[in-house]
Design a protein around this ligand. Structure first.
Ligand SMILES: [Fe+2]
Length: 379
């Protein structure tokens, strides 16, 4: 790294390294400075990238729904091609993906940040910032504009959130300087940054598939995107594993905001991880009935015994719709009494605008879910 930004910085052969400002919200929000062997601007060709538009339909009739996403399988594909959109609105598109093989190209989403939740599998997220190894139960936060590819070491099932805004840590966890406060359920040390590798010194034809709010293109660039010799700054991909999440528990039931992980415009993220239950002698461990009147709740079930939900399995998604009451299924309250801990893992995203249903969601829906709260008639 040169000792000062924006000055001459020379390669051993006498040429100049190419400095790139990687900035967000124009020049006004978080940014990094990246030093390439050669300019990232050398574009040989731009071709159309034919991506079928996502066909959404409203949640009509408006009801609670259950999607068995393991039935959505696209075998033999990479982390981008295997994305099957399920739910979405103006703020987020939520997909399931099963990456079976490495991406043979780079991908760049300039329409917003991406949040990948790794359900199973391990591998590497490779970007101009270096290599970020991932493992089960990692969240990968990828800033908009990052040029990346996913190289699975084992088949990787992930939940993908493509946002139109910026993903941040909740404001309530941060002090006036942005540092995580003592009461937050995680600490800076719990977040992993990419490790920069030696620069790839190669020229040729490298494919970068670019997407931005419904516009797409395939760029063929001359210089390898990972020809970076150094970078610094505040904008880069990072990982957070749910194992590091220190859940806040209480004397009585803690609502989802106590389990918040991230937030983004129009969406709030939470994680439910193995934890001790409430310690009031008469506490009810499962949630009370509630009706989230102004948001849609999406819960993705990862592993464990989902005590308050009937019929859900690993990889299930429930959509509890704005205005439709939900709560523990019959018998769940009684059977939860006296339990002291849970081993469940589930992740949630609440959206403030109504979610639309994509074709793949409709195809894997359990249509009887909205009736799952009916008590069996007593003899
Ligand atoms: Fe709920």
């Amino acid at each position: 790294m040169p000792h000062k930004r924006h000055i001459q910085f020379r390669r051993p052969d006498g040429g100049l390294y190419a400095e790139e400002l990687f900035s967000t919200k124009g020049f006004e929000s978080v940014y990094s400075l990246i030093y390439h062997l050669r300019p990232p601007t050398a574009t040989l060709d731009v071709r159309p990238w034919e991506r079928p538009p996502i066909r959404f339909s409203p949640n009509d009739p408006l009801r609670n729904r259950h999607f068995k996403t393991p039935q959505v399988a696209r075998d033999g594909e990479d982390a981008i091609e295997s994305r099957a959109p399920l739910l979405g609105n103006d703020d987020v598109v939520l997909s399931i993906a099963n990456a079976q093989r490495p991406m043979e190209y780079f991908y760049r989403n300039t329409g917003g940040d991406e949040l990948l939740f790794i359900h199973s599998g391990a591998g590497i997220l490779e970007s101009q910032f270096g290599e970020l190894a991932y493992r089960p139960h990692d969240y990968l936060v990828i800033p908009t504009g990052t040029t990346y590819r996913i190289v699975p070491a084992s088949p990787t099932r992930m939940l993908v959130h493509e946002m139109t805004g910026t993903i941040t840590l909740p404001r309530k966890y941060r002090n006036e300087f942005g540092q995580l406060e003592e009461h937050a359920p995680y600490y800076e040390r719990d977040f992993r940054a990419p490790m920069l590798k030696p620069p790839v010194e190669a020229q040729g034809e490298y494919e970068v598939r670019v997407t931005s709010g419904g516009r797409h293109a395939i760029y063929v660039v001359q210089n390898h995107p990972c020809d970076v010799v150094g970078w610094d700054g505040y904008c880069y991909p990072y990982a957070f594993n749910l194992e590091e999440f220190a859940p806040i528990t209480g004397k009585l039931h803690q609502p989802p905001p106590a389990h918040a992980t991230f937030e983004a415009p129009g969406a709030a993220f939470c994680a439910f991880v193995p934890r001790m239950f409430d310690y009031h002698p008469l506490a009810i461990p499962v949630p009370y009935n509630h009706s989230s009147v102004d948001c849609d709740e999406v819960l993705y079930y990862v592993s464990g015994n989902f005590m308050s939900r009937r019929g859900v399995e690993e990889g299930s998604i429930t959509l509890h719709s704005s205005g439709a009451p939900h709560g523990p299924q019959p018998g769940a309250v009684e059977s939860s009494l006296g339990k002291t801990s849970t081993d469940e893992i589930a992740v949630m995203v609440d959206t403030f605008k109504p979610l639309l249903l994509a074709e793949a969601a409709i195809a894997c829906e359990d249509p009887s879910y909205f009736r799952s709260w009916i008590e069996a008639p007593t003899a």
